[in-house]
Design a protein around this ligand. Structure first.
Ligand SMILES: *[C@@H]1O[C@H](CO)[C@@H](O)[C@H](O)[C@H]1NC(C)=O
Length: 349
């Protein structure tokens, strides 16, 4: 769909190389490009291209979350297989995450949490006919020793049990999960992987020649990590590994952001919170987060105002995740799922 290039992966490279587009004459191609990069362009308040504030998600609304929860090798394994799956996606959470974050609380999974970005990742993947399997780390974060072997075995067992072993295998890990996935791929065959807000552990292992195509989805505001991502990306490229990156930029909150992205928050609560955040200086006059959600005393502002349903439903983490995402320093993100799935789908052979 973009300019014809010799290697399909080049279109990913182009996300970062605007100059390549200078000679491009076709208006259609240019528009396609704009759509492509909109995820990394700093959004202006009220901009119609602002991706997080639109209700039109690119997953099919007929997709529903129906997980199966199992317990194996001392941890949770939660999965869902769509009709006629075309690939398998293994999801690895970050520190303090759980497999339960990727599905909504339901009778099938009473302990599920359904964090907003995690559940959207699952919905997008299912909508694209990916069988999704998430495993919880045994500790707070993933470890790179024996846990790697245990998870490899668990994935192999699960894929064979459900007769999915002939399908392409992909993985997406965020933060600690990104390190974990980058290590898992050293000796487990993936068609491609995504490491999100993590530069990977490439300095700790000898990178095999057959290392899978690797997409780095990162937040450049974290400038020390940015350096590491660039360094690892370059060393993988020099090894002949197909690599690309997507930069995730900050964006302003809007009154409807929280209700658009968190099913349990309705529009009036969302508008109320937006005004509260503005009044308390948690967002600036344009709607941008002044500090990271974790470093902000936004919970105190909530307590004063008593938004009881939020306390009752324990939606603090849901809201915090969206605030962190808007600040774009270090958070799970589903905003780039179209590009991520495109990456997986273009490396399936
Ligand atoms: C929105 O949610 C709050 C808290 O649960 C509730 O009090 C309020 O009635 C809801 N508003 C609408 C319009 O549904």
């Amino acid at each position: 769909m973009l300019r014809r290039v010799s290697k399909p992966a080049n279109k990913w490279h182009q996300i970062r190389n605007h100059r390549l587009f200078a000679p491009v004459t076709s208006l259609i191609i240019f528009i396609t490009f704009l759509v492509f990069v909109s995820g990394r362009v700093r959004q202006q308040p009220g901009s119609i291209t602002d991706p997080p504030n639109q209700k039109r998600y690119s997953y099919s609304s007929s997709v529903e979350l129906h997980p199966t929860v199992e317990y194996r090798s001392g941890t949770d394994i939660i999965w869902q297989i769509p009709k006629s799956p075309k690939a398998v996606l293994f999801l690895a959470h970050g520190c303090n995450g759980r497999a339960m974050n990727f599905w909504d609380k339901s009778p099938e999974c009473p302990k599920c949490v359904g964090l907003p970005e995690e559940r959207l990742i699952t919905l997008h993947a299912l909508s694209h006919k990916f069988a999704v399997v998430a495993i919880s780390s045994v500790g707070e974060c993933w470890s790179l020793g024996e846990e790697r072997n245990v998870v490899k075995e668990t994935i192999r067992w699960w894929v064979q049990k459900h007769k999915l072993d002939t399908l392409p295998l992909t993985a997406l890990g965020a933060s600690s999960g990104g390190y974990f996935v980058s290590a898992l791929a050293m000796d487990m065959k993936f068609n491609s992987i995504v490491t999100m807000i993590a530069e990977g552990v490439f300095h700790r292992f000898k990178i095999p020649d057959a290392y899978p195509p690797t997409l780095f989805v990162h937040m450049p505001k974290d400038s020390s990590r940015l350096q590491l991502v660039r360094k690892n990306l370059e060393s993988l490229r020099q090894k002949g590994v197909d690599v690309a990156e997507i930069e995730c930029m900050e964006f302003p909150l809007t009154p409807n952001l929280l209700s658009d992205r968190i099913p349990e928050v309705n529009a009036s609560v969302s508008v109320h919170l937006f005004e509260l955040f503005r009044k308390n200086g948690i967002i600036d006059e344009r709607g941008y987060m002044v500090k990271d959600g974790r470093a902000t005393r936004w919970k105190d502002a909530l307590k004063d105002e008593k938004v009881p349903s939020l306390v009752q439903n324990d939606l603090f983490h849901h809201i915090q995740e969206e605030l962190n995402l808007a600040y774009a320093y270090h958070e799970m993100t589903s905003l780039q799922m179209d590009q991520i799935l495109d990456w997986f789908e273009s490396h399936m052979k």
